[in-house]
Design a protein around this ligand. Sequence first.
Ligand code: HEM
Length: 201
Amino acid sequence: MNKILVWDWPVRIGHWLLVGGFILAWLTGDGESWRLVHVLAGGSVVGVASFRLFWGFWGSRYARFADFVRGPQAARRYLLSLLKLQPEHHVGHNPAGGWAIVLLLGLGIATGLAGWCIYNDIGSDVLEELHEGLATAMLGVVFVHIAGVVSGSVLHGENLVRAMVDGKKAGLPQNAIRSAHPLAALVLLLWVASAAWWLAR
Ligand code: HEM
């Protein structure tokens, strides 16, 4: 197997923006003094996640939901293969990771929108509880996600974190994506900046 291009630029840049936005939002969640930074960080998470929904239908091969969102049976089979230490190899996301991704994107949008309502004095204390509960649930999924990435990397003998940086994984040359879509990445950056600004205004 060769090293082939699997993750396009929007997937990679979107991922690391999501990581940065999520961490910053967590660090600035308490108190008034960092409120604007918190709202901008949360707005970036909403921006990336909403772009990713679009990219999940119109993006490159492995970015598409159709490539990695599978039924519970497939996720179960993949997890069992991990336990047997004979992991199924997937060029794109594995079926268990696919569920974590859908959850992270959904929770990112829901948490951000609940936060936006609070910021604009819409809703009541219940919404604050909801915002905190969703953020905590997301943190839980992030831990599971990171555990999955680490165990997948070890069991596959493939550095998945580096793959999220250079976009390359083991695969057959004919399975590589043809373009890294740099222009779409530019659109992503503009979209995220606009979403963060609009939500924080
Ligand atoms: C430093 C901690 C993190 C590391 C090392 C990491 C690493 C990775 C890796 C290696 C993948 C690709 C998995 C695969 O090969 O199938 C991935 C995918 C993903 N991760 Fe993370 N991750 C981290 C934190 C996060 C956080 C905090 C979030 C969300 C807030 C997140 C959301 C996602 C999403 C949505 C994907 C799918 C990417 C896409 O298809 O667009 N990750 N992550």
